[in-house]
Design a protein around this ligand. Sequence first.
Ligand code: IPE
Ligand code: IPE
Ligand code: MG
Length: 246
Amino acid sequence: MYDEQTPQHIAIIMDGNGRWAQEKGMPRFLGHREGAKTVREITTSCARLGVKQLTLYAFSQENWQRPPREINFLMGLLRKFLVKERDIIMENNIQLTAIGRLHNLPKEIQKELTVTREMSSTNTGMTLCLALSYSGRKEITDAVKDIIDKAKRGEIDSDDVTEDLISEHLYQAHMPDPDLLIRTGGEMRVSNFLLWQLSYSELWVTSAFWPDFTEDDLKQAMKEFSSRQRRFGKVIPLNNNKQVVC
Ligand code: IPE
Ligand code: IPE
Ligand code: MG
């Protein structure tokens, strides 16, 4: 269970579904279907391993530019996930939340999301946060707009604008920053994910496509995290008893 070497908050860019299918000569949508199974496995693994929050990048704002058939399939999968996984969410004491421009999602998905969020809102175990119609730049833009509206109403002035205030105006006000960012599919980029929150997250990338990502891969990422030294810009003595010589 939880100890200080366990990342409290893991964020995952679940990439590579399309390539997983294409490599097998199958249509891309089958990769998404397979990827949905991995979501269930990794979510329950994280809950079991003592992770406090798991944030999954499920659909980006930019993904709306994909072919309509692929988008429709992904929305159908999301709807099924929100309905079918309710039992798993409740059995594992998971609280479901979501970030992104959720109002851009189809109405029936917004409805199912609300039901699952409300149903799980008093659960005390891991938080599962789905990033949906999400863009890190848009999140910061939306926060700036809210802050300007408050300033116009005279509720705050420029001296009140601090990092904490900006954090409070992001989609999930009290979300701790991710300790560990995992990206599957091998790309070395953040693709507009959690741009504010990732400033000091540890990065771990695997070439495995998301449908092939297993609990063993997750454990390997967590093990490597536990051996990383997070310095946050400071100098840390090699041995705590020794002074730093500059
Ligand atoms: C990630 O897999 C899922 C979403 C972006 C919704 P991709 O669909 O991006 O798969 P690749 O990267 O094309 O293989
Ligand atoms: C990132 O994957 C978004 C999600 C996993 C939901 P993409 O496949 O959209 O990212 P790029 O296009 O390779 O940067
Ligand atoms: Mg991709």
